[in-house]
Write a protein that binds this ligand. Structure first.
Ligand code: ZN
Length: 239
């Protein structure tokens, strides 16, 4: 006998498909365990059910009282794990599940917004026509961001956020490298660079090719940036 569909649905929603013991997200790899086994009169009720990942479920089941190893999960302990986890999910309003490391991730997110605000380098490269000269200092925040990325603590623990942070870093790296290779100081204008038409690039065709590449690369940086900010705000509830 297994849990009726309404009970299964309710527990899966209440645990947000995370294991109630180790708290990892399980997706379809989740099982519903009878806290009091059916063989001992346990019922198919909401209260007698705890959602577990395959590993934790195997561990809970594998305890053999004839050959005790480690410490058995007691029924009341399982209920407490479950109730605590349900409570956590409820408080998170369905957005933050792994609240143990939310604070750490929020810290990284705030640093990104401080180093790379949407009003600085990002705003500049979003609209600059790369055929025209630009002040190099407008790139400073991008370099500062890359510097910070070299630090191991500047990483999200959440896999989705870290994936986007890493791809933002990569997009900025490629963009900055291209600026470094294909733009040169403008004569008589200290601190300004451009893609020269006549110096080193005799053909205007080359000039157009490079400016359109810079446009594509800066668009890619802005797209990744927007994606990180949107996801970060949603996952971490940051204003
Ligand atoms: Zn587990």
């Amino acid at each position: 006998m297994s849990f009726p569909p309404q009970v299964a649905e309710q527990v899966l929603v209440d645990c947000a498909r995370h294991c109630c013991i180790c708290h990892k997200f399980c997706g379809v790899k989740i099982e519903l365990h009878h806290i009091t086994p059916v063989s001992e009169g346990g019922e198919n009720t909401y209260d007698n059910c705890i959602p577990l990942c395959l590993d934790c479920h195997a561990e809970v089941l594998s305890y053999n009282p004839k050959h005790p190893k480690g410490r058995k999960y007691t029924n009341s302990e399982l209920r407490r794990h479950r109730d605590r986890w349900y409570e956590k999910v409820k408080k998170s309003h369905g957005t933050i599940i792994n609240s143990d490391y939310t604070e750490l991730d929020r810290e990284v997110f705030l640093q990104i917004r401080e180093i790379l605000p949407s009003t600085g380098s990002i705003q500049f490269i979003r609209s600059h026509p790369w055929g025209a000269a630009f002040p190099l200092e407008k790139m400073n925040q991008l370099y500062r961001f890359l510097d910070r990325c070299a630090r191991p603590e500047f990483e999200f623990i959440d896999a989705d956020l870290e994936g986007i942070r890493a791809s933002l870093e990569e997009a900025i790296e490629i963009f900055c490298a291209t600026i470094g290779v294909y733009t040169f100081p403008v004569y008589n204008r200290l601190g300004w660079n451009n893609v020269p038409i006549d110096r080193g690039f005799p053909q205007a065709q080359q000039h157009d090719k490079i400016t359109s590449e810079l446009t594509d690369l800066s668009d890619a940086v802005c797209a990744k940036y927007d994606e990180s900010i949107r996801l970060g705000r949603r996952k971490l509830i940051v204003y």
